[in-house]
Write a protein that binds this ligand. Structure first.
Ligand code: GLA
Length: 741
């Protein structure tokens, strides 16, 4: 193909054309917002000049949040269209825009990403989304061979702002661009060492496409690969499906390549195949989960003995205190304890193959959540579109997929359940999505699951639903009547009450939480109290004094490495405040199918990032709240969430949080003290390439000879004298337990 390489000087902004591509390295720029800024005729000669590949904070607009406009002036040579194979559409690639943007081509709106604060949906950030727009090449508003103005309105909701992540450009959409390799379906692990991957090749062009599909299955650790080639012919607007059988090494990638026959252009992508580390559960019975449970005297007791094993399990409890009963078929313990005290008992689980016994302690007193709560929350998957069917689907999956047998218990409805108005008595009621919350609670309890709900101390929740302001006692009573076991209490619109009172003292921050904490304590059932105010005024220093069992230490998490690592690896100063019944909460888990609304997508974390996520949260003694649609749980995610030795780190009776002991630019080592005197150690590779991490035991305060167990693989890996070394995947982890010899 003929290469065009020249520079065009347009009225006052230069742009560059390389090989049929118009680059836009500079824009005219103005903060603020005015609809006229989208018009091509607007005179922007007095505006500033900005580079669109770098956030505006680094270009003289430090700390600026809010609206701003970028205007690109470009000449589009006709040759770009004429020389292309497929003359159908023009691509406008704007890299990324932090946080939301709207794009105009010569005054015609061609796209939008995220949502602005004034929009019906409210502010939604799409800061990490690629901004690529395709428009028909024969659109009447394109000036071929003459000047065009692309105007981009950007809204920054906080932190970094503006366009970034690459130089924007325009070119023709190629025939190869009409081909999509769809590899979204999850890998199925069919039997040990074998898996299946389904993909399809989609032809979005209006003509037939032929080409060659090549896929290589790569054994990452041994640098070996097997290659397969398939000739492909796909009719317009059709797709072809392929099933790829995989013989698994421990870590595998698949590299897909499609070469289009006419242009010889290639699209390719590499997929990391999830790798399963947790060994299968054994056929003989095994008791899992927490070894201790807290309850108040007189409160309804509900605890399901989590146990795995083949076939039907039979449960019993030696020394079960008076007032409690165990169902021998389900392992659900119910009843009430009258008196405070520490009750020691032994759980016994049998099947046709064998028996397991384990000591268990019930502390009847004032403290709940003696180990971090484990369960599910609706927010990271369904957002405000949670409803009863979706809740029950995840609850049923908790049981059917066996998560409950590893200690997963709470089913928490987040925001979006509340009706628009209170009833005539001023009581909070659920909206049409939850027909009868009392029945929902009973349904969960019968299954041995617990029931969580959400509110705000303000008049409105963060999703603009009714909050509890001035109805706190009434609401807590309703929760108790419905059988609620967990309340997440989210600051949200309490800002306006706070602003009106003009008091910024610590006492003012504590006030709404103290109030609800006292009220919850006086209900006729135990309600775990989860504070959510994003860490303001170092909540970890005082969360316990308002009866909080858990407190969010950060803003909201999302399913990216940037979010996960910046939240997780910064939980450094809070460790001293974690204790049984008192947990720092770095926010809910972002594994599986997430989405914060009707449309879910597989988490964007890589496999290794997910191993890091679960390992770090367990080391941090964090509440473990799964944030995905459990009814769609894939094999990998199920495996990730059911490793009993990893979960045991989180649920350890001592209740200590890990300390960050080593931090370099490339790796970190976190150490958590465990009840049995050993240490759980997370060795995290935060760099973007696989590497070997080495350290002396003395570097992390341990004696020189340690016996080491790999917790993900549940395998003793030997005695290590002096030093420990381990290969850790990019953004991945080695999680070990070390005991002094
Ligand atoms: C806040 C919280 C989230 C979620 C939403 C609900 O953003 O931090 O965890 O509860 O509100 O609106």
């Amino acid at each position: 193909m003929k290469k065009v390489l020249f520079t065009v000087a347009c009225s006052y902004i230069c742009h560059f054309i390389f090989a049929q591509k118009v680059e836009m390295p500079l824009a005219k720029f103005k903060t603020g917002d005015n609809v006229t800024y989208s018009y091509p005729v607007t005179d922007d000669r007095q505006w500033g000049t900005i580079k669109p590949d770098m956030i505006w904070e680094t270009q003289g607009y430090d700390n600026y949040d809010g609206y701003a406009w970028y205007r690109f002036h470009i000449i589009l040579p006709k040759s770009i269209k004429e020389n292309s194979l497929w003359k159908d559409s023009l691509r406008i690639n704007l890299a990324k825009a932090d946080d939301a943007c709207e794009v105009y081509f010569n005054g015609t709106k061609i796209g939008k990403s995220g949502s602005f604060p004034g929009d019906a949906a409210g502010y939604i950030s799409s800061w990490n989304k690629k901004q690529e727009y395709h428009i028909a090449a024969n659109s009447p508003f394109i000036n071929w061979g003459a000047e065009n103005v692309i105007a981009v309105k950007v809204y920054d909701g906080g932190g970094a702002g503006g366009m970034f992540s690459g130089i924007p450009y325009i070119n023709m959409v190629d025939l190869i661009d009409a081909i999509n390799i769809n590899n979204k379906s999850s890998v199925r692990f069919t039997r040990p060492g074998k898996a299946i991957k389904n993909i399809s090749i989609e032809n979005n062009a209006t003509e037939k496409i032929t080409g060659i599909l090549t896929y290589d299955i790569i054994d990452v650790d041994n640098d070996k690969s097997t290659s397969h080639t398939i000739p492909v012919s796909i009719l317009p607007k059709k797709k072809l499906d392929f099933t790829i059988p995989i013989t698994l090494a421990e870590r595998n990638n698949i590299h897909y390549k499609f070469e289009e026959n006419k242009s010889h252009k290639i699209i390719e992508l590499t997929e990391i195949i999830p790798y399963i580390l947790t060994p299968p559960v054994s056929a003989s019975p095994k008791i899992n989960g927490a070894k201790i449970f807290g309850v108040r005297p007189g409160s309804p007791f509900l605890f399901k003995i989590p146990a795995t094993g083949k076939g039907k399990l039979q449960y019993s409890v030696e020394n079960l205190p008076e007032g409690l009963q165990v169902n021998k078929n389900t392992g659900i313990i119910t009843g009430t304890l009258k008196n405070e005290g520490e009750y020691k008992m032994t759980f016994v689980v049998k099947n046709s193959i064998g028996i397991d016994k384990r000591a268990f302690t019930v502390k009847c007193g004032n403290l709940l959540a003696l180990t971090p709560p484990m369960g599910w929350n609706s927010w990271n998957c369904w957002g405000l579109s949670i409803n009863e069917t979706r809740l029950k689907a995840s609850a049923q999956a908790m049981i059917d997929k066996g998560l409950i047998n590893h200690g997963w218990t709470y089913m928490n409805i987040d925001d979006g359940w509340e009706a628009e108005t209170r009833n005539a008595n001023g009581e909070i009621v659920a909206n049409h999505k939850f027909p009868d919350l009392k029945k929902t609670g009973d349904w969960l309890h019968e299954k041995g699951l617990k029931f969580g709900i959400y509110s705000s101390p303000g008049t409105k929740t963060c999703g603009n639903y009714l909050g509890s302001y001035q109805h706190e006692a009434q609401d807590a009573k309703s929760y108790a009547n419905w059988g609620v076991d967990y309340l997440k209490y989210d600051w949200c619109s309490y800002d306006s009450v706070f602003d009106a009172e003009k008091d910024t003292s610590l006492a003012a921050y504590k006030k709404p939480y103290t109030l609800m904490g006292e009220i919850l304590k006086n209900q006729n059932r135990d309600i775990v109290y989860s504070l959510c105010q994003y860490g303001m005024k170092n909540v970890w220093e005082w969360g316990a004094t308002v009866n909080g069992n858990t407190w969010r230490t950060t803003g909201d998490i999302t399913d990216t490495w940037e979010s996960l690592s910046s939240i997780g690896f910064n939980q450094t100063s809070q460790y001293a405040y974690a204790a049984p019944g008192r947990w720092n909460d770095p926010d809910m888990m972002i594994v599986g199918e997430v989405g914060w609304g009707d449309n879910l997508h597989p988490t964007r974390l890589t496999v290794d990032e997910q191993y890091t996520h679960v390992s770090l949260w367990c080391l941090l003694s964090a509440p473990l709240l799964i944030g995905c649609d459990l009814s769609k749980l894939d094999d990998f995610t199920l495996n990730l969430l059911t490793n009993d030795e990893v979960i045991a780190v989180d649920q350890d009776v001592l209740g200590k949080q890990a300390k960050q002991i080593i931090k370099t630019a490339d790796y970190q080592v976190w150490v958590k003290e465990l009840e049995d005197g050993s240490k759980a150690i997370g060795i995290f590779n935060v760099s973007s390439k696989d590497d070997v991490v080495r350290f002396y035991w003395s570097d992390i305060g341990l004696s020189m000879s340690q016996k080491v167990r790999d917790l993900w693989r549940q395998k003793d890996i030997g005695n290590f004298d002096g030093m420990f070394a381990t290969k850790v995947a990019a953004h991945g982890v080695t999680l070990i337990k070390a005991s002094a010899n």
